[in-house]
Design a protein around this ligand. Structure first.
Ligand SMILES: C[S@@+](CC[C@H](N)C(=O)[O-])C[C@H]1O[C@@H](n2cnc3c(N)ncnc32)[C@H](O)[C@@H]1O
Length: 215
C-alpha cells in the first residue's frame, strides 16, 4: 500500500473519523496503559504529543494535581474533542494545533513529554524526537507508547468487542505506517540525543512503552 493511501487513511481516521476513534479507545484497557505512561514523566509543564481525544492528557493531570499538561495535535476535530473532555473533567488544558515535526515551543520550555500512538504515524519520527528534545529542559523525561512489531498476540483482543475493534484498528493503521521493537524504539530515542532509553512490551504484547531522558 502506498504512503499516499496510508496518509489519507490517517487523515480520515483522526479528522472526520475522530468520533469513531474516540469511541473505540474509550475503555479501561486503553486507559490503564495511558495512566502508566503518565506516571513515567514528572514535572509541571508536560506536553502530550498527538493528544487525540484527550485521555492521555487527562491521565497526565490525574497523575499529579500540580501538573499543567499541554495538548498538541494537528487535527482540529481531535483538539475539539480534547477540549470537551477537559471541560467535562474540569481540567485546565491549553491546546496547540501544530505539527509534531515543527513544535512551536521555545528551547527548554518543557519538563516532560508523552506520546501515545503518535510516533508511528510521523513521516520522520527521528526528526520529531530531535525537535522534542530541544523543547525539553535538561533532565526532562519522555514516555511513548507505540504499536509493537511482531505477530498479533490473540490475547490482546480479549476484553470485549470495543477492545478488539480498537486493537484491530491500531493493528491495521500500524501496518500501513510503522511498528517498533523494544530495541528499535530505544535506539530511535538514543539517536535523537536522549539518554537512558529503555523499552518494554505493554498492552498484552500489542504495544511497546519507552522512556528516556534529555541529558
Ligand atoms: C492514534 S491517535 C492517538 C491519540 C491519543 N494520544 C490516544 O492515545 O488516544 C494519533 C493522534 O496523533 C495526531 N497526529 C498524527 N500525525 C501528527 C502530526 N504530524 N503532528 C501532530 N499530530 C499528529 C492525530 O491527529 C491523532 O489525534
Amino acid at each position: 500500500m502506498s504512503s499516499r493511501i496510508a496518509r489519507a487513511y490517517a487523515t480520515f481516521a483522526f479528522g472526520p473519523g475522530a468520533a469513531i476513534y474516540a469511541f473505540l479507545v474509550d475503555h479501561d484497557a486503553w486507559r490503564r496503559d495511558v495512566r502508566a505512561m503518565a506516571r513515567l514523566v514528572s514535572g509541571q509543564r508536560v506536553l502530550d504529543l498527538g493528544i487525540g481525544p484527550g485521555a492521555s492528557a487527562l491521565a497526565l493531570a490525574a497523575a499529579d494535581p500540580a501538573r499543567r499538561p499541554i495538548g498538541l495535535d494537528r487535527s482540529r476535530q481531535m483538539l475539539r474533542r480534547a477540549a470537551a473532555a477537559a471541560a467535562a473533567a474540569r481540567v485546565r488544558l491549553p491546546l496547540v494545533r501544530a505539527d509534531a515535526g515543527a513544535l512551536p515551543l521555545r528551547p527548554g520550555a518543557l519538563d516532560g513529554a508523552t506520546g501515545h500512538s503518535v510516533l508511528y504515524l510521523l513521516p520522520d519520527p527521528a526528526a520529531a524526537l530531535v525537535e522534542l528534545r530541544a523543547a525539553l529542559r535538561p533532565g526532562g523525561r519522555v514516555a511513548f507508547l507505540e504499536p509493537r512489531a511482531g505477530p498479533l498476540p490473540a490475547r490482546a483482543l480479549r476484553g470485549g468487542v470495543r477492545v478488539a475493534a480498537a486493537m484491530l484498528l491500531w493493528r491495521g493503521m500500524s501496518r500501513l505506517h510503522r511498528r517498533f521493537t523494544e530495541a528499535g524504539l530505544a535506539a530511535l530515542l538514543d539517536a535523537a540525543g536522549f539518554r537512558a532509553a529503555r523499552a518494554w512490551p505493554v498492552l498484552r504484547g500489542f504495544g511497546v512503552m519507552a522512556t528516556a531522558e534529555r541529558p
